[in-house]
Design a protein around this ligand. Structure first.
Ligand SMILES: Nc1ncnc2c1ncn2[C@@H]1O[C@H](COP(=O)(O)OP(=O)(O)OP(=O)(O)O)[C@@H](O)[C@H]1O
Length: 241
């Protein structure tokens, strides 16, 4: 059983399809980028896999027993929430500590180690509303470290993040890959994908190409994806194809 199996999957909003008839598999332990033009349905697909959106058609099967972690786009997070970096990161332990569980000494050490791993030592008592975009993303990655998930879904984790932070966080992604976790990330920077992601799904409401990154990200496929998204009628009624 692969980590994720999509079967003729259609996802959308108010019955209007945003992603159509996608079929394919993501192997356990693989590192996959989802790329495509704006409006291609990348975030929609990730939400579907995360279980935040139910299919209009087809099916999403996740291998049983996997712990899943999902990092939505940063724009979807409420930064005005009054919480310190330490507590935000500590939330990553809720699966082991329980929502109201006590945090013991061992767990404190793990929280501190995660904060150190993302370079935020000294920021523990800072409220998240005062962090820069890059610092916030580091804190969210520290929380992911503690979640200890088998399947990690990242929606545009490096968008609007400086090069140094991107490089540091990319290193964590590589570390998760080395630990045989399954990682799926929506990305915009094609160079980063070519450099660091062995597998790619090129999406334009439907699959344009899916497989080895070098074979998927050809200029012909990228052009085709752009034309397909431009031609798509997002006001179309429920999928008839
Ligand atoms: N909550 C929603 N309600 C209605 N339509 C939505 C909603 N979220 C997304 N859509 C529509 O679904 C389509 C796909 O959007 P999605 O955000 O998945 O694309 P994307 O590939 O992630 O784009 P981007 O690269 O711009 O983030 C778009 O036409 C978008 O307007």
């Amino acid at each position: 059983m692969p980590a994720i199996r999509l079967t003729d999957l259609t996802l959308g909003y108010d019955r209007h399809p945003a992603v159509h008839h996608v079929s394919g598999e993501i192997a356990r332990g693989s590192l996959t980028a989802i790329v495509g033009p704006n409006g291609a349905g990348k975030s929609t697909l990730l939400k579907g896999i995360a279980g935040a959106l139910s299919p209009l058609g087809g099916a999403i099967a996740l291998q049983k027993g996997q712990r899943l972690a999902y990092l939505p786009q940063s724009a979807e997070l409420d930064r005005s929430f009054p919480i310190h970096v330490y507590d935000l990161v500590a939330m990553g332990l809720w699966t082991s500590a329980g929502i109201f569980g006590r945090i013991g000494l061992g767990q404190r050490a793990r929280i501190e180690a995660a904060i150190a791993a993302v370079g935020l030592t000294g920021f523990e008592r800072r409220s998240i509303g005062t962090l820069s975009g890059g610092q916030m993303q580091r804190a969210l990655f520290a929380r992911l470290l503690l979640q200890d998930a088998d399947l990690i879904l990242l929606d545009e984790p490096f968008t609007a993040i400086d090069a140094r932070t991107t490089a540091d966080l990319l290193e964590l992604v590589q570390r998760w890959h080395g630990e045989k976790r399954t990682v799926v990330a929506v990305l915009h920077d094609i160079e980063t994908v070519k450099r660091a992601f062995p597998q790619t799904l090129l999406l334009a409401r439907e699959t344009v190409a899916w497989g080895q990154t070098g074979e998927v990200l050809t200029s012909g496929n990228l052009l085709k994806a752009r034309h397909m998204v431009e031609a798509f009628d997002s006001h179309a009624p429920a999928c008839a194809a």
